[in-house]
Design a protein around this ligand. Sequence first.
Ligand code: MG
Length: 453
Amino acid sequence: MRRIVTWPLACSLLACALSGCSRPTDQPNFIIIFTDDQGYGDTGRYGAVGFDTPNLDRLADEGLRFTDFYVPATVCTPSRAALMTGSYPKRVGLHEAVLFPYSEHGLNLDETTIPELLQPLGYRTGMIGKWHLGHQAEFMPTRQGFSYFFGVPYSNDMDGFLYRDRGFQSPPLPLYEDEAVVEDGPDQAQLTRRYTEAAVQFIEDSRDGPFFLYLAHNMPHLPLHASEAFSGTSERGLYGDVIQEIDWSVGRILATLEATGLDERTVIVFTSDNGPVLRPNAGSAGGLRGGKATTWEGGSRVPAIVRWPSSIRAGSVSGEIATTMDLLPTLVSLAGGAMPEALVVDGFDITALLLRPETEPSPYDALYYYSRDGLPEAIREGPWKLHVAKSRGWNPADGDFPVSLYNLAEDASETQNLALGHPDLVERLRDKLTLFDAALTRDARPVGTRDPG
Ligand code: MG
């Protein structure tokens, strides 16, 4: 892979090497905290009820909170593919639902991930938690740019599960350290705490940095588990307990950054991989329609907070459209690198939006929503969102899905279908969605398959 060190950074690295300093001071550390199925309404500043998130509230109060931040897929594997590659999942061939313990494919090794772009810029790269981009040895995090991995290869409900339709019995959930399985079927009530301890250790070991830490909690994906210290602590049952433990984890990371003197120059991004699972006693989409596996706002819109004390104004709020696909180009830019010219991604460098949220517009001309099986279902342009199809989140007993147009600025809950009154807009947005998907399908790159040799 070509190196992407820019001249100013190369000069500062050279000066650093000559003078013997431990690191260039202009490269921030990055921590992405990615939770699993945590809804839009499931943190304090987004209106959570029945549990407290004082540390997430602190992140928001000391940083920037997005109200219109999206994931481009509403189930685990494609959402994670988008985060790691900066692209719509269909572009990298991982748009069809999720990987299972019997799956043979994964994220193609020819794809370029965030850690693969940061490593040549001098970053130490670590991943802790749930991967879900291929559990065969050749697809694991240590082969995709991470020099350290502690976690599990897929979802926590795939732990010793019998897939009757395939006659496949999955093994106990394997817990990895780098490329070795160190435990079979770990106690899931301890996972959030153990991931946090590993994260604290990684930060302390990286104090001479810069570093990139991707912390992808298994929780609050079902089945829910909280440690004894958090069980019964909230008014929202086990779900609230689980979020309060995740919030404790955020607090431990903040305390570690302060103790190591890294706080000012560390960018923390907190977000979720998709909306809440639509079951009783689970998460909340905070009044948005739908949830996980649907292309209503409740599936696609997630809480997102970015804190960077040295550069982002405390208490900022942005209503502009941004997505997890933006993190790859943005982190590369903040690290002093440049995107490889030949690399096609769908996300944007949103550095300007982070630094000037009051005045900078979203870079998105339109946002495209894909079903859990990778079919185009909706498009957003400015405040307008058009739905053309629904594979989930629509009751077939209600008849065929009617093409639906909503003005999200006035109706974020998608309750007033305005399609009949705006036939020209409906036609234009439908054509735009069709054209985009045709181009994406034409340019899609292949999923990773196992080397038969
Ligand atoms: Mg998920």
